[in-house]
Design a protein around this ligand. Sequence first.
Ligand code: SF4
Length: 220
Amino acid sequence: METPKNPLSIDVRIREGFSRIATAMRIEEWKKAKEVGLNPTQLAVLALLEGRKDGLNVKEIAAHLGVSQPSATDSIAALEKKEHLEKRAEQGDRRAVRVHLTSTGLAAVQRDAGGDLAEQAVGSLEEREQEHLLLSLIKMIRHLQESGAIPLQRMCVTCRYFAPFAHPDGERPHHCHFVDAAFGQRELRVDCRDHDETDPPSRAATWEAFQAGQPNLQAP
Ligand code: SF4
């Protein structure tokens, strides 16, 4: 049996913690999906496509959801039957298709089931703790995407519009060139609809500047 004298490593215990949070999120996902007559994978497909004006192909959908292509294909077919999705030929290649959200699909994904457990848990943290957590998550997600474990996410740190620590203002040090406005650490995006992917060398330079500018965050 594990005891404080003989604990598992901290990375194992953090993973156990993530697993508990994931359980709460799964409960919510089942509840929300059931309310709109879908299963959680189908709802996740709709959520993934929300705000993607160019849609995604099946391979991309499977990679983002971490499921096999046949499984993604089944979910897409079921959603197409419900008129939540439609397939359109890719520009310049009529044989290739991209999957797009319909207005019915958008209504389903935007329906608020209320009482998000994960958001309530985040709300129990102090503001400083929330900021620490957001920065840690961004760093971990970036690690996963740079190692090829997950596809590139629509985060500020991988966006060509992002200028980290462009302003001396400690409250709003970053700049978004898409909206031409300064913003703070708490507004850093993990999944931004206006994201435009930058090339790997620029991405590395942006990350370096982002890391170099980080204030030494003290524990709250
Ligand atoms: S467009 Fe979105 S992802 Fe890009 S810098 Fe602005 S807020 Fe961040």
